[in-house]
Design a protein around this ligand. Structure first.
Ligand code: NAP
Length: 337
């Protein structure tokens, strides 16, 4: 049976998701889209064969929508996800689950009241072939006991609206989630270290930054974020174990050797770097729903990432290490699903 999907928000990633669901994913069709920018929604509807809904509430309620993708701005995610749960419709919610832990907890409460999982978070790195290989190397013992990790998260530039703490709340949530997943543990504390600011950073923005994550198991992760590095999108990491290391590099494409130089292309942006992961994420979501299951990153994962981001913002403002406080983990969200 074909899954009929409604997509809320047809901006950058919403439009990408519609294209993937329409052209690359098997077993799904997009039947409805909504965006407050009506013309944007109309164009995406026209190119995908979907209907343009009059409101996001109407989209969630529509009889021909079995499941929903939320790709609206982050602060809207909790209310929209809770409406999907109330309607009994599974939802793939883009990160972040919420911009505050209070709002994220509202989603946890709604899902627990419903008694089963409806929400999958858009932490697509978990579907990236490179990160999956790193996870395998960590769990099969080849590098011994994983002890610490170093990560790099660089964007060439960011849009004008991207300011102040957004590198912690918007970009680094991916790092927070991936290291929780790789180490199979929560992040216990976070410290944001100031670094000499790039002369090309936007006014008032502290960029680059180094964030230190203390995992609950004792491992330490250092994350460099540099959202204005100029040269491309560069996401890498190295896990150091007791017997060796495993590194995630940019996927290799073509190497050009000429005039005494050897060079290769760096991905331009996240759409370029993680394109296959987004498709795998959506395919896995659709396949899971066909089997009656939601198996991907959970509302708990979204909540935990938001809690770390909140602690990181406090560390950034107060210049000290901040412990991450989480509510008790409900049984609906087992530690290693
Ligand atoms: P975007 O280009 O600004 O698209 C969001 C769209 O939603 C805009 O057209 C926006 O309109 C619209 N919108 C505003 N209020 C709405 C409402 N009440 N209902 C429906 N749509 C509404 O942003 P984006 O980059 O696609 O990001 C969307 C979400 O995806 C964000 O939470 C972002 O963090 C996340 N994201 C995730 C990844 C990932 O790697 N997983 C990558 C990119 C983005 P206006 O322009 O008028 O506000």
């Amino acid at each position: 049976m074909t899954l009929r999907v409604g997509v809320i928000g047809t901006g950058m990633i919403g439009a990408d998701h519609v294209t993937r669901l329409t052209t690359a994913v098997v077993g799904a069709t997009v039947t409805a889209v909504f965006d407050v920018v009506t013309e944007r929604a109309r164009q995406v509807a026209a190119s995908s064969g979907a209907a343009s809904s009059p409101s996001w509430e109407a989209l969630v309620a529509a009889d021909d929508v079995d499941a929903v993708v939320i790709a609206s701005p982050g602060p809207l995610h909790p209310d929209q996800a809770i409406a999907c749960i109330a309607a009994g419709k599974p939802v793939l919610c883009e990160k972040p689950l919420a911009t505050t832990t209070t709002d994220a907890e509202r989603v946890l409460v709604a899902e627990q009241a419903a008694g089963r999982r409806f929400v999958q978070l858009g932490f697509m790195r978990r579907y990236d072939a490179g990160y999956l290989d790193v996870k395998t190397a960590m769990t099969d013992g080849v590098i011994g006991v994983p002890l610490l990790a170093h990560a790099i998260h660089r964007n060439a530039t960011v849009p004008d609206f991207f300011r102040g703490e957004m590198s912690l709340t918007d970009s680094l949530v991916h790092e927070f989630d991936i290291f929780r997943w790789l180490f199979g543990a929560e992040i216990a504390a976070v410290t944001v270290l100031p670094v000499t600011t790039s002369p090309l950073a936007a006014d008032g923005m502290r960029d680059p930054q180094v964030t230190v994550l203390q995992m609950a198991g004792g491992e330490v992760v250092t994350v460099e974020s540099f959202v204005n590095c100029q040269y491309g999108y560069d996401v890498r990491c190295e896990i150091v174990g007791s017997l060796g290391t495993v590194s995630l590099d940019n996927p290799r494409t073509t190497i050009v050797i000429t005039a005494g130089r050897r060079s290769e292309v760096v991905p331009a942006d996240w759409q370029d770097r993680f394109a296959p992961a987004y498709t795998r994420e959506l395919q896995s979501w659709v396949d899971g729903l066909a089997a009656g299951r939601v198996t991907g990153p959970s509302a708990w994962d979204g909540y935990a990432a938001t809690a770390v981001a909140e602690a990181a913002v406090r560390s950034y403002r107060e210049g000290r290490r901040i412990d991450v406080a989480l509510v008790d983990r409900p049984p609906l969200y087992p530690l290693r699903p």
